[in-house]
Design a binder for this molecule. Structure first.
Ligand code: C2O
Ligand code: CU
Length: 465
């Protein structure tokens, strides 16, 4: 990503009305190199239609499985656009329920964000809604319903949005792995008991079957020497993954869409619901005949996720510098910026018998809500999540990226952006952001049962200050 034109920084300073020595202005200027506020539209339009409908698929053991699917597949389609192209997705709801489509991680106009009651009315059965926006960031994103999502996502509604740069790096191939789990009943169908007290009280609905791209044993066949861009997404309701590639040594080149400043080792990365990791993976040229089992190590019982099978004659390894080159500012957080505290806790009550609260408030249902905080556009904002519970909470903010500044009060230097950060039991994390798009944006836990039971709010990004 390139540095912004100085004109933009000047303009921002003028808009903010601060002198060049004002710490907030200089922070904003530092920030402004991170990712562009706007993108030059190429003029090209990518048109897609997208249908959500109940579908029967031969899955797992080949028995028919009743799902809800986008365009008849689980995962749904991979939509692709180049950065700066206009994406027009004509969505039709053929479900027996209201729904919306949310574009997770994508910076877009507020009205296109798919948050029912906040940015648009629910799309009723039989109705159509056109999502129309110009992606400003190249990277790996996804889309899913934002209404009764603990049920709708679990039934199979999720798809991938890949935004390519004008000139994508010349990998041997570009592979997507959508990680999900399913809770199946004895009849092999999706267990229709959603939002159970146990799921609500604990870490959401964890399934008894884990799939990659909807398959029990995903096998990636590769040639020796190939250099692969592997995009990992966690679309599960509650499960966190920690993939281990054994003797292969992939490097992380992007987190939650955006490139990291340099390639990072994969060890220690957790993939919580909502998160994405893009890996740069080279298959050694003398590995023909080998099979690598990718293992999940997040829980105490590791299990195989997928297999990489190396076969055939070696191909030349594409030699190019890692595309990881995102600019991440080292923020000096100014004292005068107030901290917005967000306390996470649970209590008895509400329609489910348990409510998850943010600052003591639970938002159940899909309706307009009073924002938890108002953040001025283009200014540094400092949020502090304090987890008073013993549960996991991947906290997600719509319409912006943020950077983790501290964990449990100690400064950390996570050199990359996120849109979802996992807050561990009893942990406090501080994040910084400079929101660039005006509107009310959802802030919620991406454990979908927690969100359903109240762990949702909005932050208002206002023009002017
Ligand atoms: Cu992935 Cu508010 O969502
Ligand atoms: Cu949660």
């Amino acid at each position: 990503m390139s540095k912004p034109p100085p004109l933009l920084a000047l303009l921002l300073a003028a808009v903010l009305g601060c002198g060049p020595d004002d710490p907030v202005t200089s922070l904003t200027r530092e920030f402004d190199g991170a990712y562009p506020a706007t993108v030059a539209a190429t003029g090209a339009v990518r048109e897609y239609t997208l249908d959500a409908a109940p579908t029967v698929l031969p899955m797992f053991d080949g028995r028919p499985l009743h799902v809800w699917a986008y365009d008849g597949t689980v995962p749904g389609p991979i939509l692709r656009a180049r950065v700066g192209e206009r994406l027009r997705v004509t969505f039709t709801n053929r479900l027996p329920d209201d729904t919306t489509v949310h574009w997770h991680g994508v910076r877009l106009p507020n009205a296109m964000d798919g948050a029912p009651g906040v940015t648009q009315p629910p799309v009723k059965p039989g109705d159509t809604f056109v999502y129309d926006f110009v992606p400003r960031d190249a990277g790996t994103f996804w889309f899913h319903p934002h209404l009764r999502s603990s049920e709708q996502v679990e039934r199979g509604l999720y798809g991938v949005l890949i935004v390519d740069e004008a000139k994508p790096p010349p990998y041997s191939r570009d592979v997507v792995w959508v990680l999900d789990d399913w809770r199946l009943g004895a009849d092999g169908e999706i267990d229709p008991r959603f939002n159970t007290p146990g799921d609500l009280m604990h870490d959401g609905r964890w399934g008894n079957v884990v799939t990659v791209n909807g398959k029990l044993n995903e096998v990636l066949e590769v040639r020796p020497g190939e250099r692969i861009r592997l995009r990992l997404l966690d679309t599960a309701n509650g499960r966190v993954f920690e993939p281990d590639f054994g003797e292969l040594t992939p490097q992380v080149i992007a987190v939650d869409g955006l490139y990291t400043p340099q390639p990072l080792p994969l060890g220690g990365f957790e993939l919580a619901p909502g998160n994405r990791l893009d890996l740069d993976l080279t298959v050694p040229s003398d590995w023909s005949g080998r099979e690598i089992v990718v293992t999940d190590r997040f829980t105490r019982r590791p299990f195989p996720l997928a297999t990489i099978r190396v076969a055939g004659e070696p191909v030349p390894t594409p030699d190019f510098p890692s595309p990881a080159q995102g600019y991440v500012p080292t923020w000096r957080v100014p004292d005068e910026v107030p901290v917005t505290t967000i306390d996470i806790d649970a209590r008895r009550g509400g329609p489910f018998g348990i409510e998850w609260t943010l600052n003591g408030l639970a938002h159940v249902g899909h309706h307009a809500m009073t924002p938890l905080a108002t953040l001025p556009r283009g200014r540094f904002a400092h949020l502090r999540f304090t987890n008073r519970s013993y549960r996991l909470h991947p906290m997600h903010i719509h319409g912006t990226f943020f950077k983790v500044l501290a964990r449990n009060g100690s400064a950390v230097d996570e050199p990359y952006w996120r849109d979802t950060a996992l807050v561990h039991p009893q942990e406090t994390i501080d994040v910084g952001l400079v929101p660039l798009d005006v509107g009310d944006w959802m802030l919620h836990c991406h454990i979908l049962e927690h969100a359903e039971a109240g762990m949702m709010t909005t932050v208002r990004v206002s023009d002017g200050s």
